[in-house]
Design a protein around this ligand. Sequence first.
Ligand code: IMP
Length: 417
Amino acid sequence: MVNTILMGMQWGDEGKGKDVDILSNEHDVVVRYQGGGNAGHTVVIGDKKYALHLIPSGILSGRLNIIGNNVVVNPFNLLNEINDLSEKGIKVTPENLRISERAHLTLLYNVRLDEATGKKVGTTGRGIGPTYEDKIRRTGIRMCDLSDLNGLEEKVRKNLDVVNHMLRFNCSPVLSLEEVMEGLPEAAEKIIPFIQQNIGSLILKHNGSLLYEGAQGTFLDVDHGTYPFVTSSNPTIGGAYTGTGVFIEFDRRIGILKSYTTRVGNGPFPTEQGNDVGERLRERGGEFGTTTGRPRRCGWLDLFASQYSVMVNGINEISVTKLDVLDEEETIRVCVGYELNGREINFDDFSPVRMDKYAPVYEEIPGWKKDISNVRKQEDLPEETLNYLSFVQEYLKVSVVRVGVGQRRDQTITLNL
Ligand code: IMP
């Protein structure tokens, strides 16, 4: 058995859900270590579609699922997700879901503040940033606070003094203590059985069969991404450690790389195609946010930037997703370099800080112009498709081990290039 971590190599929405779902069958435990309800993993099993936001995808394959201390949890959204799953026949119980008592709670005021202040970045509006702000400001409300509702209420009362100033400053309606507390005692009662004091020791018990599921992607990382147009946590490998509080050696560090690039929200995106190419990718790829429904910005695959994800995360396997989306392209462009002020830059000088100033240098690869969504074996893939995948593998110097050719679990091909 092995420990595996799976991370997005771009700006999120790489299609990690399917890979996690497939891999969870080979592991006993699935762990979420950062982010919150801003994530949206879509998993299609048979004719059923599951949109998961907080609960790890291992819930669909009957695994034990752990939510780490650096995940931020909106208690009401968590309960809604549990209910939705139960309506689709998936039972979520304290036996298959454990939540760190140090995970922070997203409350109504965090959501309102995000709505009032998140427009510049184009956040998901789920209160994620403001919850992490409270955490760093040391005024956050955590899972452990749910068992002392009087103490929790006192903390909320104090926070509201500051929050209401900020809301007023942003011309948003202020909130009362009653509004914020509404429904919390009932929610607390339901959530308390899921809370775990020491998730580190629980994780260690399953060492050798762990699957860590990153949310968002490397370039949305608050430290390594296109700051300030980032999320407020570390989707990169370091987040796996701070987000759970235990050291694990990951044998497989899988990077999920969509065969083209998308991003939602604002911020630099060198290979963006604000034209008919982008339009085609969006339509064919169904590139509309799982969490917000927003149309995603679309562009060509950026291998130059992806080298950075390989470096930051120590990626030793790559899974390419949604390759069928490129089926109709005559010629596929791939970014293999960046120019700054007319001069090609060296990777040693690359930094996400200047990503808005870089001009992409493209390599053109012939398209395959065939429907590959029914292909299940490497040898049945068109030669041009194999060339494209080999190009990615050779450029990044990391094995491409799997490729997705459709949304369903079975639309996946194992590769040995
Ligand atoms: P926040 O995480 O809601 O604060 O949003 C910050 C930035 O991260 C915005 O550009 C969001 O669109 C982006 N973002 C957050 N979660 C995801 C995700 O799961 N996929 C893609 N982008 C995301």
